[in-house]
Design a protein around this ligand. Structure first.
Ligand code: PLP
Length: 363
């Protein structure tokens, strides 16, 4: 047993430090998962999620698992064996989508872009004459790149647009309805500023009508989950699985915190922190990795200077300053760092702290 209670500054690709309101909610007396008071909390969480997704979708709910389960649910509920699915890949999470879709039996057309670059919507839309689904990652956490989902939505034709918003939700502009997102999944541990454990999910009516009749996953079958959240407020709740009551309460508190500040203000805070960090890194002589004009404010990728041991720097930041930053992924594991300023960490104090510590460590 360990009783270590170190407080880390979580400036990596996630999880981030949660908002205090989200942490406090975890410690509230536990309610039963069918308690009328808890159902009010669930309703409020779903309502808050609709706001951060930018949707009126009735079917918007927190799945009881992390973002990857959101990805699984997105494919297993909408892909029948043999369905053509186009997936844009400009990082690790696009690659993961290909694996998940193929496991569901999809005929995957993979459209690759170099890591560090956004996806090109025209190329993706032209990759197949009649796909059932076109899928892309809005904010690629592995590379720090934002892709243009609105443009992809305008070109989707009859296809369903499936979007990973794990690192964009609550941090940068996200307009599910306006952009034509039909199936979307996200995570709680990034810009929403809540611990990992839930996958905010949303489905358009258009996608709902084309869902798989009997998905191969029992747990992630959205048809069965409708009853779990009451489908729409006021409908009868049915038992499907025991809701992670404390996590839903925490998400609800985090969402209320965000909406009280105002979505625009929260996004501007992420934008300002990211810009200040990226300017500061460049002033230190460091080079950014992601293409200019497509850089995420909430997740900055920066090249490790020549001759510097990237793992040793991360170790010293952790041990001396309690600061966690992330390594790059795959072939960039030792040549790129990933610095996240998400949720409550998207603030000037965090920028100053991480820049100062990095300056000290690099000498
Ligand atoms: N998609 C993106 C863009 C992510 O950044 C992550 C996690 O970092 C995931 C999917 C998977 O989410 P999780 O690790 O919560 O399962």
């Amino acid at each position: 047993m360990s009783d270590i209670l170190t407080v880390r500054h979580l400036f990596g690709p996630g999880p981030t430090n949660p908002y205090p309101e989200a942490t406090e909610a975890l410690a509230r007396p536990l309610l039963g998962h069918l308690d009328p008071q808890f159902l009010t909390v669930m309703d409020s969480a779903c309502e808050g999620l609709r706001k951060v997704w930018g949707t009126e979708n009735r079917r918007t709910l927190p799945l009881s698992a992390t973002g990857s389960a959101g990805m699984e649910a997105a494919f297993v509920n909408f892909v029948n064996p043999g369905d053509p699915v186009v997936i844009a890949v400009n990082g690790l999470f696009g690659e993961r989508m290909c694996d998940v879709a193929a496991r569901c039996g999809a005929e995957v057309t993979r459209v690759d872009f170099p890591f560090g670059e956004p996806v090109d919507p025209e190329k993706v839309a032209a990759a197949h004459p009649s796909p059932k689904i076109i899928a892309a990652v809005h904010a690629e956490t592995s590379t720090g790149v934002r892709s243009d989902i609105a443009a992809l939505g305008a070109l989707k034709g009859d296809a369903l647009l499936l979007v990973d918003a794990v690192t964009s939700i609550g941090g940068i502009e996200l307009k599910a309805d306006e952009w034509g997102i039909d199936i979307g999944y996200a995570g709680t541990q990034k810009c929403l500023g809540v611990a990992p454990g839930l996958a905010p999910f949303t489905v358009s009516e258009r996608a709902w009508e084309r869902r798989v009749a009997k998905p191969r996953s029992w747990y992630l079958d959205l048809g069965m989950l409708g009853g779990y959240v009451g489908e729409a407020s006021g409908a009868t709740r049915t038992y499907h699985h025991t809701a992670p009551v404390a996590m839903v309460a925490s998400l609800e508190a985090g969402l209320r915190r965000i909406l009280a500040e105002g979505l625009d203000a929260v996004r501007e805070r992420h934008e300002a922190a990211g810009r200040a960090l990226q300017d500061g890194l460049q002033e230190m002589g460091l080079e950014l990795f992601a293409r200019e004009g497509f850089r995420l404010p909430e997740l900055t990728t920066v090249k490790v200077p020549e001759g510097v041991d990237s793992a040793a720097v991360r170790k010293e930041l952790l041990e001396t300053y309690d600061i966690e930053i992330g390594p790059g992924v795959k072939e960039y594991a030792s040549t790129v760092w990933r610095i996240g300023l998400m949720g409550p960490n998207a603030c000037p104090e965090s920028v100053t702290l991480v820049l100062g510590a990095l300056r000290n460590v690099l000498g």
